[in-house]
Design a protein around this ligand. Sequence first.
Ligand code: SAM
Length: 265
Amino acid sequence: MRPAARLTLAWPLPAVAAWTSAWALQILLGHAGLGPRTAALLACLLPLVFLPGTDSRMRQVCLLLGYPVMLLGGLLAGLLPAWVWLLPLGLLLLLYPRAAWRDAPLYPTPAAAFDELARQLPLPPDARILDAGCGLGDGLRALKRAYPLARLEGIEASRPLSWIARLRCRGARIERGDLWAADWRGIDLVYLFQRPESMPEALAKAQAELAPGAWLLSLAFPLPGQRADLRMPAGGHTLYAYRAPFRPASVRPQTRGLQRPPEGG
Ligand SMILES: C[S@@+](CC[C@H](N)C(=O)[O-])C[C@H]1O[C@@H](n2cnc3c(N)ncnc32)[C@H](O)[C@@H]1O
């Protein structure tokens, strides 16, 4: 018997579908004669049905809380002046400028994610390491545990996040800016924790700018069509490491003094 195919929708479609169906259900239950509170409560539960098609914990929380938050907003709407509704939008724009929208939102690297890394991927003590999209600095802190003497740099699109990262990572050079506009030449290791959709652009940039021998590390998302020189578990994800010049996945690996990754990386 063939296994049943599971329908997975691309984010944010599950959230839009969940909230729209919750809204439709609340209207239907209201017309069917249910009290407004019971109808609202049942509608708030409906997004649970959409959880299995949603992959990350953060998205599941958004999916579940979105509709109750909308209902709360509706209740408050009559009580607060209209301009108050611009405050969260302003805050969101400050936290996440438009440049960051098409890449990953904030999702910190776990503190001990790279504790095994230096053993598998040794670097010279004064190597230059860049966390491209450094958020609150968690990736840089994890990298410092692995390479305590390295010269750490970070670039972050969000001004408030870059301020906090600077406070948390004394000694690292952190700039506010666009990781795609930043110069990766001269960097010995670029670390990325972005989105699968960002990986083709990351590959093109790394191929154009990284010197032979330099590394691109990506947490959770592999470079499309490239053979990883190293693959290892890191903080509940897989860490993919590629050494320039990169090799297409179809090319047989040569021994480069590193553990060979399993096929398909
Ligand atoms: C998944 S978080 C990773 C944060 C950090 N690297 C870590 O591992 O803890 C992705 C970060 O990249 C930032 N970001 C997204 N697009 C960016 C861009 N184009 N330029 C700079 N930073 C960006 C986001 O604001 C967010 O802080």
